[in-house]
Write a protein that binds this ligand. Sequence first.
Ligand SMILES: [Zn+2]
Length: 253
Amino acid sequence: MRVIVTGTGDAFSNTRFGSSALIETPEGFVAIDCPSACLAMYREASRISGIEIDPGRIHDVLMTHLHVDHAGGVETLAFYRRYKAPDQGRPGLWAAPAVMDRMWERLAPSMDGRQFGDEPQSTLDDYFEPGVLAIEGRTRVANLEVRVRWTVHAVPTVGMLISDGTSTLGWSGDTEFVPEHAQWLSEADLVIHECGESAKHATWAELSTLPLELQQRMRLIHVPDEVTLPEGPMVPLKDGEVLEVGRSVSKTA
Ligand SMILES: [Zn+2]
């Protein structure tokens, strides 16, 4: 499974894009989260990785939660697909129930086309093929099998286990340090864990209490700009980095 890390920043980063990634599948890209300035982010990730990223080829978007550094680009992608790439069809937009429940509430004021007191002209289904990520069970997205687990953050947020049948990626989502969450993620070949170093986020010191074997299979994102983490097995990722999950988690670019 080839994963392009499109962003590693947090909500306040002014040097990196919001924490997010793209997984290559035969159907197109499957995005994990879609932060603000997503079109610039995909262009920059293309430049760094050497992999052409056409936002028209994003087949699905998997959402962990609705904070701006994860969901701020959903409107941009929706309008891009409607007006700039109308032949590519609607992408799938996937979220767990309590996240999906408020998705349109977040998007509607700028996307439903409603004028002074008129009826709304558009719904979420006009832009995306929405789908709910089952909390108990497995959801098929493109050629991937996705499992999600609620974790502890300021708003409803899931972590994800994403498998292509050969290898599995673990994605923590934004989360406080929750040992059971890390344990659940640990069946993955590679775990990408947030390290926000503040309230509602995990800290490096907390993550360092996890088994060394797991730390060696972990990479970190969401580290604030001003924080320099100590050296150790949990290496922070960079925007535009490409990971080959499964083949000893080698870095290919
Ligand atoms: Zn968050």
